[in-house]
Ligand binder design. Sequence first.
Ligand code: DQA
Length: 165
Amino acid sequence: MAVKRKLALSKTRTWSSTVLIVHGPNLNLIGTREPAVYGSDTLDDVNRSLTELAAELGATIELFQSNSEGALVDRIQAARGRADALVINAGAYTHTSVAIRDAILAADVPAIEVHLSNVHKRESFRHRSLLADIVVGQVIGFGADSYRLGLRAAVELVQRRRAGA
Ligand code: DQA
């Protein structure tokens, strides 16, 4: 009986996905920061709704925010061999950070880039992403829904890869 329960648990663990969600600089201020651009949801609101969605999808999420490039690099590095996918809004570092790009490559975890705003409708310096060509895909311009769509895409991606599709 005990053995059976153990087997059932380990089966669940094998099939559940762990997704690391990373928020970069200034995203701790959403809700009050330029609400016309970034919406009225706070980071706590976003994280709460991601936690609810993860439960619905049977996935585990780890949430991390930092304004510091080094701390973001450390957290992404730590995902190697531990997370099945990464959903990242690197904020302004999207447009500048070779270090975050290199950390994603080093972690060897499939990544999805998300942005609250449609960066292509904004200043030209936001049109370039140093992550664009190393991520699986981008979800841009749907406000807080960008994260939820990114999480759904990440979980589906992991499931498909496991199924060998
Ligand atoms: C952002 C877009 C970036 O250009 C900006 O620097 C951010 C937020 C977004 O989610 O729309 O901080 O990543």
